[in-house]
Design a protein around this ligand. Structure first.
Ligand code: IPE
Ligand code: IPE
Ligand code: MG
Ligand code: MG
Ligand code: MG
Length: 328
């Protein structure tokens, strides 16, 4: 008799890796498909597909029902990353050269496009029953990422971004995809609308906390572990919470100096160090952690209000803990 396997984060991660490898990727033209393979095989955390599978198990159905949208979401995510690195001029991701640094910008654009198409091919393989809702949810999140990404770029050259604007931008570029992932899982399990909306709202809060943490690690993380260029957001004049909250807390003189650091060319000697020393003087790490905790708590409250499979609840709780205390 087969032994029932305990489901855990590593169990689901194993399934995701197995299934991702099985997604057919042709070998030619090599300059198109090698970057796709490179992007998909380089050690991402696979959070979004995990959320899809957990969203499904939460409502009592087995993960297999949600595997296609799970793979689709990881494909969509990697498409956004490959294009994001071109937009952010980022040299490193997952401790390796980014796709555009390794293969060139044209290859990055086109291989990104391929992943978007592949994502749609996968998501359209869901069972007929909820397909319309699943496709709508998927398209919605894909569109929101693009809207958020445009805002992120626009903010680089704007001096009138508020913390509220920033939170709206990260909701779009990041949280919508995490939230949509949980919702896709719920839809695959046939959850009622009110339930899939609640798990989606929890995902929005988790996603905002997640991007706040990403921005925190960009400035304060250990680049060896984080795997991206340290201070990349500072170089790019990104209007992160760290920067915007610093402006709020700064003295008039500090404010002027900080604005000057972000008003000139993107990178110059001492820019990162000087910005980081402002952040430290203003105790911005603490402010950022507090806000992360607030969104995390909100996510937990929403999840607690939902009836669900207890085992899955525990897994999701520990995943959230891990994501918000990560170094990677
Ligand atoms: C990176 O996402 C982009 C953000 C939304 C911060 P992840 O941190 O989930 O990237 P991988 O897939 O694990 O590398
Ligand atoms: C991008 O945010 C989120 C996406 C939608 C790709 P970042 O630009 O901060 O993501 P990283 O830090 O490059 O992974
Ligand atoms: Mg980036
Ligand atoms: Mg970006
Ligand atoms: Mg980042």
């Amino acid at each position: 008799m087969p032994v029932a396997q305990t489901k855990s984060i590593s169990f689901f991660l194993g399934k995701i890796e197995e299934e991702l490898i099985a997604v057919d990727t042709p070998s030619k033209p090599e300059n198109l498909y090698n970057p796709v393979k490179y992007a998909l095989s380089k050690g991402g955390k696979r959070i979004r597909p995990l959320l899809v599978l957990l969203g499904c198990e939460w409502f009592g159905k087995s993960w297999e029902k949600a595997i296609k949208p799970a793979l689709a979401v990881e494909m969509l995510h990697n498409f956004t990353l490959v294009h994001d690195d071109v937009m952010d001029d980022a040299p490193l991701r997952r401790k390796q050269a980014t796709v555009f640094k390794k293969y060139g910008s044209n290859a990055a654009l086109l291989s990104g496009d391929v992943m978007l198409v592949k994502a749609y091919k996968l998501v359209s393989q869901c069972p007929e029953k909820n397909l319309k809702k699943i496709l709508d949810t998927f398209s919605y999140m894909a569109l929101k990422v693009c809207e958020g990404q445009q805002m992120d770029m626009d903010f680089e050259t704007s001096n009138s971004v508020s913390v509220q604007d920033y939170l709206q931008m990260i909701r779009l570029k990041t949280a919508e995809m995490l939230a949509g992932s949980l919702k896709l899982g719920a839809l695959c399990a046939g959850a009622e609308d009110v339930q899939s909306e609640t798990i989606y709202e929890a995902g929005i809060n988790l996603g905002i906390a997640f991007q706040l943490m990403d921005d925190y690690l960009d400035a304060f993380g250990n680049p060896e572990k984080f795997g991206k260029q340290k201070g990349g957001d500072i170089i790019a004049n990104k209007k992160t919470f760290l920067y915007l909250k610093s402006l709020q807390l700064a003295s008039p003189k500090q404010k002027e100096e900080l604005e000057l650091l972000f008003s000139n060319s993107k990178n110059f000697a001492g820019k990162i160090e000087k910005t980081l020393s402002f952040y430290s003087e203003l105790n911005i790490e603490k402010e950022s952690m507090l806000l992360i905790r607030t969104y995390h708590q909100k996510a937990n409250e929403l999840l607690d209000s939902l009836n669900g499979n207890n085992e899955t609840k525990e897994i999701l709780n520990s995943l959230a803990e891990k994501l918000l205390s990560r170094e990677q």
